[in-house]
Design a protein around this ligand. Sequence first.
Ligand code: GDP
Length: 296
Amino acid sequence: MLSKLKELFRKFIDTASSMLTSREKLLNTVEEFKLELVSRDVAYEAAEDIANKLKALIEEGVVKDKRKLTNSLREILLTYFREAGSIDIEELARTKKPLKIVFMGVNGVGKTTTIAKVAVYFRDKGYRPLMIAADTFRAAAQEQLKKHSERTAIPVFTGKYGADPAAVAYDGVVYAYSRGFNILLIDTAGRMHTDVDLVNELRKIVRVVKPDLKILVVDALTGNDAIEQAKFFDEAVGVDGFIVTKFDAYEEGGVPLSLVYVSKKPILFIGVGQDYRDLKPFNPLEYVDKLLPAED
Ligand code: GDP
């Protein structure tokens, strides 16, 4: 996991540490580093910010040794995650009753599997989750959730193919209230994210359901596309946080960093495999430690 960005950081730290006495060479190395970051899924604006901050520290004479350089870079990355804030989903689950979450994301990113994973996650903690299939546009989407329901024994509320998605979502919520479900996981359509109808449909669902959280599911393996999707959904509907799937197969490394830098929204979970329990709360410190082990 994350091996390519990790290797790039290691190479940069080694190269830069060998030329600490030459400010000019050091600044050139940072410039090259910036472009290499982009090739590891770091969004250009984030790579530029990292490079500018490093250059400023070099100009100030702060970067005196390898340890200082490593720790400065760590601090730059950690600051992005701090600025994106955090969401305590456990606390929300305890207090909201029911906690209503709308899931958005482009088809194929792993959205329905993720919904089932989140349902299992909360059932393991003693909650009663209900999945609500409000993607009535694709018959297959309803089937997909039903399949997850059969495999996990977590109930699913479905609507008729072609029905108004917001009405299905609303009916699902009413059904959940009357039956004592306390975690409501609402699936939405994921056709081309630039589709105007889709945006109106999502806005309507949000208006009707009044979710506590709007989560965008993105696939790490899509790299820069994941960042573009984040920008689009956030502007069109509003996103509170992300789940990043396929982390187990992800080597480039930059998607989590870019997501939080560009959107200033936190990552709640990462998907780390195809099983229902392959879902982990995202820990920024663990991510940074993995990429750039601290020098003490
Ligand atoms: P959807 O169209 O967005 O609902 O996508 P699906 O939930 O059907 O997932 C598409 C494929 O991605 C399936 O084969 C899933 O098993 C797989 N998948 C989902 N999440 C992960 C993950 O975190 N890791 C891996 N390796 N595969 C995943």
